[in-house]
Design a protein around this ligand. Structure first.
Ligand code: RET
Length: 231
């Protein structure tokens, strides 16, 4: 077994169990069930990606000698929009135009992941950092939407759901901000640590962003009454 396989197998097991635990523990009331479903489906998708990576599917050998896992970016491209949609729906549940807030956030988020992949596979140093900057610009767009327009609309709706939005948003922003920093320092970027350290760091980040965040986020809904959901 290659050293990089261990964190990938651990990722598979923790994500698979995390998905079950979040579903079992999550709120099943109709008004909150979609949050429980979102947060249990996210680690299920990640478990699938970790299984594929552990089994060696979608490994790309780059010109610089590093290995890139395509499944990682495929996982992020699908799961981060689900996480964002869940977060925005917590803030804007009863808002008549919540989808107009979700769409631009999801589009920017997918662009962030796709251009992050382009940065990772760019052989030219300048091109790599141009794509990194472009991906970061999309990330800043997502942050702006969450802290600006979505926050304003959530505050106008008021109620305990807005408190849940604020708490989940803080957790999400802190964890997500680590990804570009880790990427820039790791083998895809400045190369300050190797692929095995990279895989360990990412599995810890992914478990925090998906399983711990998902558990905490769904647990917060359990404390709410149905009136809180209706505002
Ligand atoms: C990359 C590199 C290019 C610059 C930026 C990035 C941001 C990635 C983020 C990923 C979040 C992933 C999550 C996964 C698990 O749930 C692509 C690393 C800005 C924010 C939350």
């Amino acid at each position: 077994m290659q050293p990089v396989t261990l964190p990938l197998l651990i990722g598979f097991v923790v994500m698979a169990l995390g998905s079950l635990v979040i579903y079992a523990h999550g709120d099943k009331r109709t008004e909150f069930l979609h949050h429980t479903q979102f947060h249990s489906v996210v680690p299920f998708i990640a478990a699938t990606a970790y299984l594929a990576m552990a089994l060696g599917i979608g490994r790309l050998e780059l010109a610089g000698g590093e290995t890139l896992f395509l499944a990682r970016y495929a996982d992020w491209a699908v799961t981060t929009p689900i996480l964002l949609t869940g977060l925005i729906l917590a803030g804007l549940h009863e808002h008549p135009r919540h989808s107009t807030f979700i769409l631009p956030a999801v589009v920017l988020d997918v662009l962030m992941i796709v251009t992050g992949l382009l940065a990772a596979i760019s052989e030219n140093e300048a091109a790599k950092w141009i794509w990194f900057a472009w991906s970061s610009a999309a990330f800043l767009g997502v942050i702006y939407l969450l802290l600006g327009p979505v926050m304003t609309a959530a505050k106008a709706l008021g109620g305990k759901m807005t408190q849940v939005y604020k708490a989940n948003l803080t957790f999400l922003l802190v964890v997500w901000a680590i990804y570009p920093i880790e990427w820039a320092l790791g083998p895809q970027g400045l190369g300050l640590f190797d692929a095995v350290v990279d895989a360990w760091l990412i599995v810890v980040m992914d478990i925090t962003a998906k399983v711990i965040y998902g558990f905490v986020a769904t647990a917060r809904f359990k404390k709410l009454s149905l009136e809180d959901a209706e505002r």
